[in-house]
Design a binder for this molecule. Sequence first.
Ligand SMILES: Cc1cc2nc3c(=O)[nH]c(=O)nc-3n(C[C@H](O)[C@H](O)[C@H](O)COP(=O)(O)O)c2cc1C
Length: 380
Amino acid sequence: MAMTQRNPGLFGGNRFKLGVFAINVSGGLALVDVPERWDASWDNNLAVAQMADTAGIECLVPLQRWKGYGGKSNVNLYSFESLAWASGLLAHTSHISVFATVHSALVHPVFAAKQAVTADIIGGGRFGLNLVPGSNADEFRMFGAELGDHPDRYAMAQEWWDIVRRVWSGEEYFDYEGTYFKLQGVIGRPRPYGDQNPPMMNAGASPVGRAFALRNSDLHYDFCIRPEDSAPRIRESKAQAGRRELQVWTPIAVVCRPTQAEVNAYLQHCIENADWGAVDKRESSILSPKGSKSQTPEEVAQIRTHEQARAAIGRSHYALFGTPDMVAKELARLSEAGFDGVAIGFVNYRQELPYFVQEVIPRLERMGLRRPVPTVRLAS
Ligand SMILES: Cc1cc2nc3c(=O)[nH]c(=O)nc-3n(C[C@H](O)[C@H](O)[C@H](O)COP(=O)(O)O)c2cc1C
C-alpha cells in the first residue's frame, strides 16, 4: 500500500488550522430564520467541501443530528448521516480531512469501525472520527434508547472506543466482555489506510467529558469565552495528554464583511429574524449580560447585540463578527492563547466562505500562522 502521510496538514502542518463546521445540517449552527439560511443540499455540501479543499482548509466537521431543534425553522431537521456523507465528500476532494460524528450509544462499534475504514480508504487516509456520547433524550428515544446518566455515557463511549481501536489494530477474533458491550469473535478487515488509525476528536467539556478527551483523543474541542482565559486550561490539557500530541480546537461563528457597519447591519438582520424558540431550547441565561460600572450604556447595548447575535448565529460559541482585519486579529489571538485550530460556522457557507478565503486567509499567512497553498493545487 502506498504510504503517504495520513490526514495531510492536520498534524505538523500550519501553525493555526482551519475547519468548516456543520455544513451537513440545515441551518448549520445558526438559529435564524433568514431567507439565506443554510440549505444543506448535497450540491451545497459538495461546493463548500471543494472550495475548502482548494483553499487549503484542513478539515470538515459535521454535526450529527437526528431531529430538528423545533422552533419556527426546526433547524437541523434536514441532515445527512455523517459516515456516508464523509465517504461521498472524500471521494470528491483530494487534500482535506473529513470527520464523521458518531454517537457511541446509537451506532454499534463493529459497524462504525468498518464504515469508518471504508470512508478512510476511499479518501486515501483523510478520514477522522468525532466521537460523541450524545445529550439529546428526544433523539435517543427515536432509537428506543435511554440517554442514561452523563458519566455512564462516557463509560460506554470508552468501551465503544476500545472496541473500535481493537478492530482497527487488526486483532483477530477477540471476545469483549464489558458492561455495555458483550461481543464474540470480533474481527474487521481491511485495516485503516496505511495501517494507521484515523484521528479521533472529542468535545467533552464537563470534567468527565474532558478527562475522556484528554485520555483518548487527538483533538480536543474546548469551549472558549475569552481566549486569554483559555490559555492555562489548554496548557493543562496538553500536559495531561502526556507524550501523545494533543491539539486543542474551538468552534467559532464568523460574520465577516468589508466594513463594521455592514457587519452590524447583518447582525441586526439576524437578531430580528432569530428563531428564539430554537435559541431558547438551547440557552436562556446568556441574553442578559451584566454591564460593569465602567461600561457606558452604548457599550452595554453593543455587548447585548453581540451576545444575542452569538446565540442566534453561533449557538454561543466564540464569535468573530467584524472586518477581515478584525477577524484575522481575533484568530491570531486564539492562536496566541494556544488553540491549534478553529471549526467555523457561517450563516450561509457557500456565500461567505469565498470572502473569508480571499480576505482572511492571506492575512493569516502574512502573520505567519499559515503557509500559502501551492499554486499547483489551486489550479487543480
Ligand atoms: C465541535 C463540536 C461538535 C459536536 N458535535 C456533536 C454532535 O454532532 N452531536 C452531539 O450529540 N453532540 C455534539 N457535540 C457535543 C459534545 O460531544 C459534548 O457532549 C459537549 O461539548 C458537552 O460536553 P460534555 O459531554 O462533557 O458535557 C459537539 C461539540 C462540539 C464542540
